[in-house]
Design a protein around this ligand. Structure first.
Ligand code: SAH
Length: 368
């Protein structure tokens, strides 16, 4: 049952006037309608919000990500000045934990300007409150980040870029969209146009009726632009997100409200909408744009190689059992295969042929 949120009424009117929406348009409206969008209203992330992300689970996540940036900067030949860019910073916790660590690396710390790329004014406000004392600039898209070498990072950013779904009918693919049923409820419908059919990968074996295939042109365009800038201007990027290393069939459209999965058509503007990231086309694009180093591994493998256990040991040394068991729990949540360790991936690319820390031993068997 679609709840009657203010955004429901707005989307219903739009559909009645112009026809069903693609999932990409539906998602864009639900997340970023200028007044009623989920991220525009704020309060999404954290213990009291709808979902908890890795930086909110543990300070160690940001600390290790910060060390990654410093060591990659060294391996790139210490470009200076450069732009440190975070995409979709949420509450600003990741940037705060990284900046605290940078104080130990003064040459690095004096070489960069920080840019936070954030589409939601409410999230930007939250970031300003948390990071007010740091010298930071905000922009609403990558295009506004000035040219020059760049070190970029993003956690759970790629998953909220809009995506499209195709369903297999007897002998062709139809794009799925959101329409309004007689009862006024939102429902999934096949869109009349078959234009998108060309977008579906051809090497999917023998798809069966009802199979779903997903693509995200927005995600691909983003990685294409970023990788091309990095290849030409120098630098590296690191992203964490849930998703798969091989393209495949399956419906990964999900909505989370109050830490629980809900129907994506239930409550427009009140739930987070995402889909799993298909990293295979993103890896190809980063190479194609000219980045000679492109790596993908699981978040668990990445964090363990970056020294998660050692860092937990160092923080917990001489502390009470309470702190030590909290740290153990954080390590489990971030890196254990049955928590975030395996489903979440770390994806990185760089402008030079270098060994990227955290990816030295790429866990082929695990990275599915
Ligand atoms: N990185 C944070 C937040 C993840 S939620 C964390 O790990 O906790 C996704 C974030 O990306 C939110 O801040 C959201 O407002 C932002 N976002 C989503 N789509 C965006 C876009 N197209 N451009 C810029 N920011 C976007």
């Amino acid at each position: 049952m679609t709840e009657d949120t203010p955004l429901t009424a707005k989307i219903r009117t739009l559909i009645e006037r112009t026809g069903p929406l693609t999932l990409a348009d539906y998602m864009q409206l639900c997340l970023f309608d200028p007044k009623l969008g989920y991220y525009v209203q704020g309060d999404a992330i954290g213990r009291s919000g709808d979902f908890i992300t890795a930086p909110e689970i543990s300070q160690m996540f940001g600390e290790l990500a910060g060390i990654w940036l410093v060591s990659v900067w060294n391996r790139l030949g210490r470009p200076s000045p450069f732009n440190l860019v975070e995409f979709g910073p949420g509450t600003g916790t990741l940037m705060q934990d990284m900046q605290r660590g940078f104080a130990r690396f003064p040459d690095f710390a004096k070489s960069f300007s920080t840019y936070l790329v954030e589409a939601s004014p409410a999230m930007k406000g939250e970031q300003q409150r948390k990071l007010g004392s740091c010298d930071i600039r905000w922009s609403s898209s990558l295009d506004e980040v000035p040219t020059g070498p760049m070190l970029a990072i993003g956690n759970e950013f790629l998953d909220c870029l809009p995506f499209r779904q195709y369903v297999r009918s007897k002998d062709h693919w139809l794009e799925l969209g959101v329409g309004v049923a007689e009862s006024g409820q939102f429902e999934f419908v096949a869109l009349p146009s078959r234009l998108g059919e060309r977008s579906v990968k051809k090497d999917l074996g023998n798809p069966r009726e009802g199979d779903i295939f997903e693509i995200s042109p927005a995600r691909e365009a983003f990685v294409e632009t970023l990788a091309s800038r990095i290849a030409n201007e120098g630098g590296a990027a690191l992203f964490f997100d849930y998703g798969h290393v091989k393209s495949g069939l399956g419906d990964t459209f999900q909505a989370i409200r109050d830490h629980q999965p809900v129907d994506p058509l239930l409550a427009p503007g009140k739930a987070d909408l995402t889909s799993h990231v298909d990293f295979a086309p993103l890896e190809k694009l980063a190479s194609k744009m000219g980045c000679p180093t492109v790596n993908l591994t699981t978040q668990g493998e990445f964090l363990l190689q970056m020294g998660l256990l050692e860092r937990a040991g160092a923080i917990g040394r001489d502390k009470g059992v309470d702190v030590q068991s909290r740290l153990r729990e954080e390590v489990e949540r971030l890196a254990a295969p049955n928590a975030m360790g395996k489903l979440f991936k770390a994806f990185a690319f760089a402008s030079e042929t270098i060994t990227l820390p955290g990816f030295e031993r790429i866990a082929q068997s695990d990275a599915h």
